[in-house]
Design a protein around this ligand. Structure first.
Ligand SMILES: Nc1ncnc2c1ncn2[C@@H]1O[C@H](COP(=O)(O)OP(=O)(O)O)[C@@H](O)[C@H]1O
Ligand SMILES: [Mg+2]
Length: 245
């Protein structure tokens, strides 16, 4: 196994506020790595810093062997890092088809964009039905799928998703996670921010729990799911021995 993205003692924040405090993580190639933690823990700040939307203040980010702290978001995209931001952010006036085309705007992604758009319609049949509709008229779940498809049009090696299921109906959540499973099978490495720790741990290979801008806990997801500490502190499951007494 090899590490696709790594940070060492990464610090970043806004103005006088330091949010991330010496965050060290590693995302293995081909795996799903989950980031969980309560509201305000710093998950979005971490994603924005990795994507280059916020500067590294201290420490560093390595992507596929390159130190990327000095690179802007398009340069990181060219190296294969794409972020689907929190809140989706699709342009409401653009059609589905135009949105996909924009996703392939980066020079490295332009060749073959039509064929890739067809692949997206295969992966997301809902988008195919709505290819000529404006994004603003899609449901929340469909907009999330469009944001995801737009990112995939850039041929990412690493796809970061910031709370893709926030506010979606349960059936749509299941559909989206099934699609993420298929994306993963194509070899794309996934970084998934997810508020529901149970869901995050059952869908990922490795997980980091953030608290107050720091990594409070990390490990293989299956181990974390089984750990009494995680069950007691994060999953609301009490140990049997404790509930008997
Ligand atoms: N644009 C901003 N300016 C100042 N502080 C911010 C900004 N965005 C987020 N923060 C603060 O940074 C901290 C982490 O927020 P965030 O990364 O959005 O957490 P999460 O995604 O885990 O909910 C919070 O205390 C939040 O108030
Ligand atoms: Mg967030």
């Amino acid at each position: 196994m090899s590490v696709l993205l790594e940070t060492r003692d990464l610090c970043s924040g806004y103005g006088d506020v330091q949010v991330l405090k010496q965050v060290s993580i590693a995302l293995e190639q081909g795996q799903v790595t989950a980031f969980v933690g309560s509201n305000g823990a710093g998950k979005t700040t971490l994603m924005r810093t990795l994507a280059g939307l916020l500067p590294t203040r201290r420490g560093g980010i390595m992507l596929a062997g390159h130190t990327v702290d000095a690179l802007d978001p398009p340069q990181r995209l060219a190296l294969g890092l794409s972020l689907v931001p929190e809140g989706r952010l699709v342009f409401p006036d653009f059609t589905v088809a135009d949105t996909l085309r924009i996703g392939a705007y980066a020079p490295h992604a332009r060749a073959g964009w039509r064929a890739r758009a067809e692949q997206m319609y295969e992966l997301f049949p809902r988008l195919k039905e709505r290819r000529n509709n404006q994004a603003g008229f899609l449901s929340g779940g469909e907009q999330q799928m469009l944001a995801l498809a737009r990112s995939l049009m850039s041929c990412p090696k690493l796809l970061l998703l910031d709370e893709p299921t926030l506010g979606l109906a349960p059936a749509m959540v299941d559909e989206l996670f099934a699609i993420l499973g298929r994306i993963r099978e194509t070899g794309v490495t996934l970084g998934l921010v997810e508020q529901n720790i149970q869901t995050a741990l059952s869908l990922s290979d490795y997980a980091y729990v953030l608290e107050d801008g720091q990594i409070a806990l990390s490990g293989p997801s299956a181990q974390l799911l089984d750990s009494p500490e995680v069950q007691a502190s994060y999953l609301g499951i009490r140990e049997e021995a404790a509930s008997v007494s």
